[in-house]
Design a protein around this ligand. Structure first.
Ligand code: SDX
Length: 429
C-alpha cells in the first residue's frame, strides 16, 4: 500500500530515512536529520531563485503554468476581467469572498475617502530631481507614508491593519499621479471623490485647467481591467519581498515599498517599460529577424516574453491583447502593435522560443495599451503595475501575519569563502 512518505538512503552512511510528503512537498527541516556525523549540520536544499521551493501556504491565487490558468480565490481571471471591477477584485483578494452590494458600497466608500495624502508629502515630492523616474518616487513615497501613520507598526491589531489597507489602496494612485505631475512639471491635481477609482486616477494624472475632469469611459474601463489583471500573482518576486519584509513585522508601508522596489526591476514589473523601448528600437517589422538573431546570441532579451511559472500563454496577455482593440477604437491604432504582433508570430514559430516555452507574458501587451492611451509615458508603466498589484501585496502580507507556520524569513547559504585566517596589520601587508 503506497504511503505518503519519501524513502531516502544516504549512500554516504548507508542510513535510510522516511520523510512525510504533504501537499506534494517535504519539509526542508526534515532533511536536517540526514548527517554524516555528529558535527554535520545536516542536509539543506540549494535553490537559487527559489525555482522549486514553496515558501508558504496560500489561499489567495492559483496558477497552473502549463495550462495557462490564473484564478483569484478560485474565480478565473477571464470572468473577473469581464464582469468585476478592480475594487471588487481587491475586496475578493483581501476578504476571500465576493462582496454583497452593501459590503462593496462600504468598501468603495472607505477607500474613496482615503485618497488624499498629507500636504507634507508634497514638500519632499518637490525635493526630487525635476525629471525623477516616477517609480523611484513611488517607492520612496510609499516608504515615507509609514512616518505619517506610526500606528501602522501595530501589525498585530486587525483594526490598524485594515486602516492601512484602505490607505494604501486609496493612496497608491494619488502618489503615482503626483509623481507623474512632478515629472512633467504640472501642478498636482487633487482627488475627485465623485469619480470611480480609475476615473479619479485619470483625473489626477491628466486634469489640466478644466474645473472637473471627465474620464473617457472606455479608457476608465480598460484601466480597471488592466488593474484587475495585475492584482495578484501568488509568490512572484515583489510579493516575496512583501512577505520577506512583512515577516520581520515591519509596517505595511515599509513592506510595500520593498515590494514596489522589487517590481521596479526590468526582469519583473519594469519589463513593460522595457518592452516599449525594445519595440521602438526594432522600429519596423522588417527589422525583427535581425533582432531575433541578437536574442539568440543572448545579446538582448525578448522583453515581455518568458515566465518562471507560465510555460504556456500567460492568460493575462490574452485578455490584454483583446482589450487593446477596444482602446484603439478610442485612441487610434498604435503602430507598435503591428510590430508586437509580428514579433509574437515569429517567436511562437521559432524553435528557440518554442523549446524554451517563451510566450508573451502580462508585460508584453500592457505597455502597448498604456502607450496607446497616449498620455502615459513609459516611465509610468511600472507604476501602473504597482497600483494594480497593491491589493495583492496587501492580501499576501495579511495572510502571512495570520499564518501560524510563518517565521522571520532567514534563508541559509553554502559558504564558499576563505577559512579562518589571522588579521595582518597594514604595516605588514
Ligand atoms: C512579471 O513571477 C511572476 O509571477 C511575475 C509576474 C507577476 O505578475 O508578478 O508575472 C510579472 O514579472 C512577468 C515577467 C516580466 N519579465 C520579462 O518579460 C523580462 C524577460 N523575461 C525574462 O527575463 C525571464 O523570462 C523571466 C525573468 C521572466 C523568467 O526567468 P527564469 O524563469 O529565471 O528563466 P531563465 O532566465 O532561467 O530562462 C530560461 C531560458 C534561458 O535560456 P538558456 O540560457 O537556458 O539558453 O530561457 C531564456 C534564458 O536565456 N529566456 C529568454 C527570455 N526569458 C528566458 N531568452 C530571451 N528572452 C527572454 N525574455
Amino acid at each position: 500500500m503506497p504511503t505518503n512518505t519519501l524513502s531516502i538512503t544516504d549512500n554516504r552512511t548507508g542510513k535510510s530515512y522516511e520523510l512525510p510528503v504533504t501537499d506534494g512537498t517535504i519539509k526542508a527541516a526534515d532533511l536536517r536529520q540526514i548527517k554524516t556525523g555528529d558535527d554535520d549540520f545536516g542536509l539543506m536544499t540549494y535553490d537559487p531563485g527559489f525555482t522549486n521551493t514553496a515558501s508558504c501556504r496560500s489561499a489567495i491565487t492559483f496558477i497552473d503554468g502549463d495550462a495557462g490558468i490564473l484564478r483569484y480565490r478560485g474565480y478565473p481571471i477571464e470572468q473577473l476581467a469581464e464582469q468585476s471591477t478592480f475594487l471588487e477584485t481587491a475586496y475578493l483578494l483581501l476578504r476571500g469572498e465576493l462582496p454583497s452590494k452593501a459590503e462593496l458600497e462600504r468598501w468603495v466608500h472607505d477607500i474613496t475617502h482615503h485618497t488624499i495624502i498629507h500636504e507634507n508629502v508634497r514638500k519632499f515630492l518637490d525635493g526630487f530631481r525635476y525629471d525623477a523616474h516616477p517609480m523611484g518616487v513611488f517607492v520612496s513615497t510609499v516608504a515615507a507614508l509609514s512616518t505619517f501613520y506610526p500606528e501602522a507598526k501595530r501589525i498585530d491589531d486587525e483594526g490598524s491593519r485594515q486602516s492601512q489597507i484602505f490607505r494604501l489602496i486609496a493612496k497608491s494612485p494619488t502618489v503615482a499621479a503626483f509623481a507623474y505631475r512632478h515629472m512633467i512639471g504640472m501642478p498636482y491635481a487633487y482627488p475627485d471623490n465623485e469619480l470611480s477609482y480609475t476615473g479619479n486616477f485619470l483625473n489626477m494624472m491628466f486634469r489640466a485647467t478644466e474645473v472637473r475632469y471627465k474620464p473617457d469611459p472606455v479608457l476608465e474601463r480598460a484601466l480597471d481591467v488592466l488593474f484587475i489583471l495585475h492584482a495578484d500573482h501568488e509568490q512572484n518576486c515583489s510579493t516575496s519581498a512583501m512577505r520577506g519584509v512583512g515577516s520581520a513585522h515591519s509596517d505595511p508601508y515599509s513592506a510595500m515599498a520593498a515590494a514596489a522596489a522589487a517590481l521596479y526591476g526590468p526582469l519583473h514589473g519594469g519589463a513593460n517599460e522595457e518592452v516599449l523601448r525594445m519595440l521602438r528600437e526594432i522600429g519596423t517589422a522588417q527589422a525583427i529577424p535581425a533582432f531575433i538573431k541578437r536574442v539568440k546570441t543572448h545579446e538582448v532579451r525578448l522583453m515581455g516574453f518568458g515566465h518562471r511559472v507560465y510555460k504556456n500563454y500567460d492568460p493575462r496577455a490574452k485578455i490584454i491583447k483583446q482589450t487593446a482593440d477596444e482602446v484603439f477604437e478610442v485612441t487610434g491604432r498604435n503602430p507598435l502593435i503591428d510590430i508586437a504582433r509580428e514579433l509574437e508570430r515569429i517567436a511562437l514559430e521559432d524553435d528557440y522560443f518554442v523549446e524554451r516555452k517563451l510566450y508573451p507574458n502580462v508585460d508584453f501587451y500592457s505597455g502597448i495599451i498604456y502607450e496607446a492611451m497616449r498620455f502615459f509615458p513609459v516611465e509610468m508603466f511600472p507604476v501602473l503595475f504597482a497600483i494594480g498589484r497593491t491589493p495583492g501585496w496587501l492580501a499576501q502580507w495579511h495572510e502571512l501575519l495570520l499564518d501560524k507556520d510563518q517565521r522571520i524569513a532567514r534563508p541559509r547559504q553554502i559558504y564558499t569563502g576563505a577559512g579562518e585566517r589571522r588579521y595582518v596589520p597594514i604595516t605588514a601587508r
